[in-house]
Design a protein around this ligand. Structure first.
Ligand code: ZN
Ligand code: ZN
Length: 376
């Protein structure tokens, strides 16, 4: 495989990061690449800014799906790359440029080396929000080529190049955004009895929210509830008429996510009653957990140990979120970490993943898919 070519493609994609569902240039780039491939075995569909490409198998019994995300993040790039983003204020800071170049490399390989089964390459918009996986799965374009198993990877800055880390079962948490708006009655700071002060109500609410994880969740089933931002009021001598809390919820089980939300709603009702105000809760973007199929993951691990296309690390679950979880809720498969060894973490303005990880991923996945799509 000409891996230099796919490293170069990654650099071109790195320069054009776009927000979720606005990946217009990215989509065109992918379509242009596909148009340069032999077309006989290809079925190409677009959905919003996404692309679905099926490579027809020689003797198909099933379809193996491979998904990459496509979107960038609203971050000013601060790397030393000479191929830095030309979209000011946007950056591929979560490795989706590497994910796409790997998908393109695999697509190129399998068009030229077809296997028995059908392969479906899914270029999915809006992973960082509002979430493209769930609506993509519901579209008719996907339903007509729906795979029987699903694969994906995510770059991991903390692991060395040459490694692949995975575990069966839960890999990533259930996540939800949290926005709570409180509306009371403003007034003069010296006449509190004529107002309903939302700074006081918000303060009580933030404190009460801390009781959910400590008192309502099984200590062996972890959860996180973080309020990262509070805004309220207008001036030091005016009683605040409104306040807003912004936060995030992370849980290891989907049952705990339901529990946390029902407790938030109960506490907010209490705040409305005790501080005579109105409250509105918005959960924003929600991602279902990433749960790796036990049998397929075990099989992948034995493949890694026997064939050694990359070194295998056993990882723990993480409180991060990924909308690939929606694919795995419906279709068996797994996601794994690809070591890219860098000092800065995901979503950091200075992250520089090592590109030598691209050939590692291409080698690992082409060998695994080739085996999986012909041997059984
Ligand atoms: Zn991300
Ligand atoms: Zn990501």
């Amino acid at each position: 495989m000409d891996t230099e070519r796919f490293i170069n493609i990654r650099r071109q994609l790195h320069q054009i990061p776009e927000p979720g569902f606005e990946e217009f240039k990215t989509q065109q780039f992918i379509l242009d690449f596909i148009s340069g491939l032999p077309q006989e075995r290809l079925n190409i569909q677009t959905w919003k800014t996404g692309v679905l490409v099926r490579v027809a198998g020689l003797n198909p019994r099933k379809t193996i799906g491979y998904r990459t995300d496509m979107d960038g993040l609203p971050i000013f790039e601060e790397t030393s790359c000479d191929f830095a983003s030309v979209h000011n204020g946007y950056m591929h800071a979560c490795g989706h440029d590497l994910h796409m170049s790997i998908a393109i490399g695999l697509l190129d390989y399998f068009v030229k080396h077809p296997v028995d089964d059908h392969l479906l390459f899914i270029f999915q918009p809006a992973e960082e929000g509002p979430g493209g996986a769930l609506p993509l799965m519901q579209c008719k374009e996907f339903q007509t080529v729906k795979p029987d198993m699903m694969l994906a990877l995510h770059i991991a800055p903390e692991y060395p190049v040459g490694t692949v880390a995975v575990k069966k079962g839960l890999l990533f948490a259930n996540t939800s955004e949290l926005f709570i708006d409180l509306k009371g009655k403003g007034g003069h700071a010296a006449y509190p009895h004529l107002s309903n002060d939302m700074v006081i109500a918000a303060s009580h609410l933030v404190t009460q929210l801390q009781s959910i994880v400590s008192r309502n969740i099984d200590p062996l089933d972890s959860a996180v509830l973080t309020v990262g931002k509070i805004t309220g009021g207008t001036k030091q001598n005016i009683i605040a008429e409104t306040a807003r809390l912004e936060g995030t919820i992370r849980t290891l089980s989907s049952a705990s996510m339901v529990k946390v939300k029902s407790r938030i709603e109960a506490l907010v009702k209490g705040i409305e009653a005790s501080f005579e105000c109105e409250a509105a809760i918005d959960y924003g973007a929600n991602y279902y957990q990433v749960f790796n199929d036990e049998e397929l993951t075990d099989e992948f691990i034995s493949f890694l140990k026997t064939e050694k296309p990359a070194e295998f690390y056993h990882c723990r679950e993480a409180m991060t979120g990924e909308d690939f979880g929606y694919f795995l809720k419906d279709i068996p498969g797994f996601m794994f970490w690809l070591g890219v060894d860098c000092d800065f973490g995901l979503h950091h303005s200075r992250i520089e993943p090592k590109e030598e990880a691209i050939p590692v991923a291409l080698r690992t996945l082409s060998a695994y898919i080739e085996w999986k799509a012909t041997s059984q």
